[in-house]
Ligand binder design. Structure first.
Ligand code: 6PG
Length: 479
């Protein structure tokens, strides 16, 4: 036994993580892949690295010192279960199996429970940052038991991204908490990306600026409160010229966005929890809509606005879009944290919201300065009921709202789809409303289904005898 940590699954993410681990003082990394060629390639590429390569799972287990700790980096799904079974067969009680893939958190809960029966620890850990993050320092969101975290913590701390001297990793909570939080991270990532895409589209169609000019706008925005990895890479993508045609690359990429499912999970879970993550949902749906070429072709001659739309002051419009983006982004994060709070309550996790915002400051795809503000908001008020109501965010949204409204109006007038901008604004207005037409919905429900309603002026539950004399009766039935 010579290695203190192992990696199973040596595709790009796995081999980069193994290289990251091996580059840190004190680590010797056991590596294993189903097809041995990948293992040989990894070792051959870096003969000086502290790898211990195995071609069987038995040798892999034997090369690890106790408690054996192995990180699985395979495509989420049935393959993960197969590798877990293999490891369980060769590991011993007290050892630790970590799943570093993008697993669905309910799968992680199931696996943790099953593996725990054997006395082996199972930890689902969300790892964000793509290929580069895996190699240089990702943001890591581990769940699992406190006992497993004791051993795993120092190892994960050694490879995570570092911001202000603090590694971007924390013990998120037990069993599936880590993968749950990674799922929310991805949902927010979808919303962030869609909002940036809408901002680009509005500026392009509103001002006629070229992609390269819009790249400059994003570079400028990246110096202010919108500073983030996604804004930075957006500028890079917009500045890219296609090698074949000389056109902006963005103009030759097919406009149908793919998805591997984590955004959809965030929304499905939110629906189950009853949490309105409308910005994230619109981002997921916008990708689905884009990927329906037959419907889009059939609808392409449907009429648009009859009055032409013109931006009078391009600079002022760009500034409006910037503020609309910032306000909508605040809503997306506020909704994402609402889902974390609801998930924690439903599944019994003690998730520290401020810590989550902290570990998202570096390494991950949604990394941004702005996350410090979220940490501060939860530090000032751990029981904060909605992030958007914290003083900093309240002020930011108040300062942005006139711009936000102008942008949503302009988009509607121009016939430019801006589902994430407009749904975020609708959510904001819904949340702050004195009275909502939900009262009427309750009346309708009572009319056709005797679903009952409550009154503003008296306790109890009531039903109007709609098909009788329309008097009101108090009832104990609630439908
Ligand atoms: C990350 C990313 C990563 C992956 C997404 C992409 O945090 O490093 O979120 O997990 O790139 O799953 O998701 P889509 O393919 O669904 O856009």
């Amino acid at each position: 036994a010579q290695a203190n940590i192992g990696v199973v699954g040596l595709a790009v993410m796995g081999s980069n993580l193994a290289r990251n681990l091996a580059s840190r003082e004190g680590n010797t990394v056991a590596v294993y892949n189903r097809s041995p060629q990948k293992t040989r390639d990894l070792v051959a590429a870096q003969p000086e690295a502290r790898f211990v390569a195995s071609e069987t799972i038995e040798d892999f287990a034997a090369s690890l010192s106790a408690p054996r700790t192995a990180i699985i980096m395979v495509k989420a799904g049935a393959g993960t279960d197969a590798v877990i079974d293999q490891l369980v067969a060769v590991f011993e009680p007290g050892d630790i199996i970590v799943d570093g893939g993008n697993a669905l958190f309910t799968d992680t809960i199931r696996r943790e429970k099953a593996v725990r029966e054997t006395g082996i620890n199972f930890v689902g850990a969300g790892i964000s940052g793509g290929e580069e993050g895996a190699l240089l320092g990702p943001s890591i969101m581990p769940g699992g038991s406190a006992e497993a975290w004791e051993t795993l913590g120092p190892i994960l701390r050694s490879i995570a991204a570092v911001v202000d001297g603090e590694p971007c990793v924390t013990h998120v909570g037990t069993d599936g908490a880590g993968h749950f939080v990674k799922m929310i991270h991805n949902g927010i990532e979808y919303a962030d990306m869609q909002l940036i895409a809408e901002a680009y589209d509005l500026i392009r169609r509103g001002t006629g600026k070229s992609p390269a000019e819009i790249a400059d706008v994003f570079t400028e925005w990246n110096k202010g409160e919108l500073e983030s990895y996604l804004i930075e890479i957006t500028a890079e993508v917009l500045r890219q010229t296609d090698m074949r045609t000389g056109k902006p690359l963005v103009d030759v990429i097919v406009d149908q966005a793919g998805a591997k499912g984590t955004g959809a999970w965030t929304v499905q879970t939110a629906l189950d929890l009853g949490i309105p993550v409308s910005g994230i949902a619109e981002a997921v749906f916008a990708r689905s809509l884009s990927s329906k070429p037959a419907q889009r072709a059939a609808a392409s001659d449907l009429p648009g606005p009859t009055t032409p739309w013109q931006v009078k002051d391009a600079d002022a419009f760009v500034e409006d879009v910037r503020l609309a983006l910032y306000a909508s982004k605040i809503i997306a994060y506020s909704q994402g944290f609402d889902e974390i709070i609801a998930g924690a309550e439903e599944y019994g996790w003690d998730i520290k919201k401020g810590e989550i915002a902290k570990i998202w400051r570096g390494g991950c795809i949604i990394r941004a300065q702005f996350l410090n503000r979220i940490t501060e908001a939860y530090a000032a008020d751990p029981g904060l009921v909605a992030l958007v109501t914290a003083p900093y965010f309240r002020d930011a949204v108040a300062a942005a709202q006139d711009s936000w409204r102008r942008v949503v109006v302009a988009a509607a007038q121009a016939g430019i789809p801006s589902p994430a901008f407009s749904s975020s604004l609708a959510y904001y207005d819904g949340l702050r409303a004195d009275r909502l037409p939900a009262a009427l919905v309750q009346g309708q429900r009572d009319f056709f289904g005797a679903h009952t309603y409550k009154r503003v002026d008296a306790p109890g539950t009531f039903h109007t005898l709609w098909s009788g004399d329309r008097s009101e009766v108090e009832t104990t039935d609630t439908h």
